[in-house]
Design a protein around this ligand. Structure first.
Ligand SMILES: NC(=O)c1ccc[n+]([C@@H]2O[C@H](COP(=O)([O-])OP(=O)(O)OC[C@H]3O[C@@H](n4cnc5c(N)ncnc54)[C@H](OP(=O)(O)O)[C@@H]3O)[C@@H](O)[C@H]2O)c1
Length: 259
């Protein structure tokens, strides 16, 4: 299927690895030119070079912490008028909520709520003026079903979800869509951290946690960033213009609800 977005420009945040990279690759495969960000310049440049040579699109790498005002400025200086914005950042650390300090809450809010809102605020009017825009926020299945050790994620991402529910409908008639993608368990560096915390809490090996978690999923396996990215590319396509303000779970069937 032709996604109809070749030649568009996307800002994909936190995209040197994992789910962000999956989205960047899938958009590049559709002919979208990219600006990608991550903090570690070396990994980011290597990802940019790999995407450039694989798909022949323009890829600019901006090494910055996307959760800071300096990071917002650097990303937007390189990509002031994106047609597509994929919001992503690292997830907050796991732990017992009693140990979450005010500073930890502020960091989680900056990363997983306020940064996406700021980047939406600073790019959406250009999209509206041009009559086309796609905004996809990578959140988490934790906004639908909380994960006990991830209180910071449950809380901060729910704040973003509430904001998006309102603004997505406000701009729905302008050709701009905003949706959230909710990953369940994907095999990236990020889940290794979660598994480590669970192994420690349950006093078992990390391999055992991995095996148990995979077995417990209806799909019997973890997701991979490529299939996540392809869903993102579809949401960014011309065919997805009537999908507005949705929270789309990609979780191998883990969420047990009928609706
Ligand atoms: N994997 C899962 O199963 C899963 C499930 C639910 C939710 N999520 C959420 O989805 C998001 C992506 O997860 P992932 O699994 O793809 O993680 P990952 O494999 O660890 O990749 C994270 C990417 O984000 C970049 N990054 C992290 N913090 C950043 C920052 N402050 N500024 C700019 N770039 C930053 C990293 O590069 P640098 O470190 O070099 O900056 C890397 O490119 C996270 O918020 C995670 O909590 C993941």
């Amino acid at each position: 299927m032709d996604m109809g977005i070749a030649g568009r420009t996307a800002l994909v945040c936190a995209a040197s690895k994992g789910l962000g990279r999956g989205c960047a690759e899938a958009l590049a495969a559709e002919g979208v030119n990219l600006v990608i960000t991550a903090r570690t310049a070396e990994t980011l440049e290597a990802t940019a070079a790999s995407i450039r040579s694989k798909y022949g699109v323009n890829v600019q790498a901006v090494a910055c912490d996307i959760t800071t005002p300096e990071g917002h400025a650097a990303a937007l200086a390189a990509c002031p008028q994106p047609d597509i914005l994929v919001n992503n950042a690292g997830g907050p650390p796991p732990g017992d909520f009693r140990n979450f300090t005010h500073d930890m809450w502020i960091k989680a809010l900056e990363a997983n709520m306020l940064t996406p809102i700021e980047l939406i605020k600073r790019t959406i009017d250009g999209m509206i003026d041009r009559g086309f825009g796609r905004i996809v926020n990578i959140t988490s299945s934790s906004v639908k079903a909380p994960i006990d050790v991830l209180g910071l994620s449950n809380g901060a991402r729910s704040g973003l979800t509430g904001f998006v529910a309102g603004v997505a409908r406000k701009v729905a008639s302008t050709g701009v869509t905003i949706n959230n993608l909710l990953p369940g368990t994907f095999d990236t560096d990020r889940i290794a951290v979660t598994f480590e915390a669970q192994a420690k809490a349950q006093n078992v090996s990390i391999d055992e946690v991995r095996a148990r978690r995979a077995e417990a999923l209806p799909a019997g396996r973890f997701g991979n960033p490529d299939e996540f990215g392809r869903t993102c590319a579809f949401l960014c396509s011309v065919h997805a213009g009537y999908i507005i303000g949705q929270n789309i779970l990609i979780d191998g069937g883990a969420y047990p609800g009928t609706y």
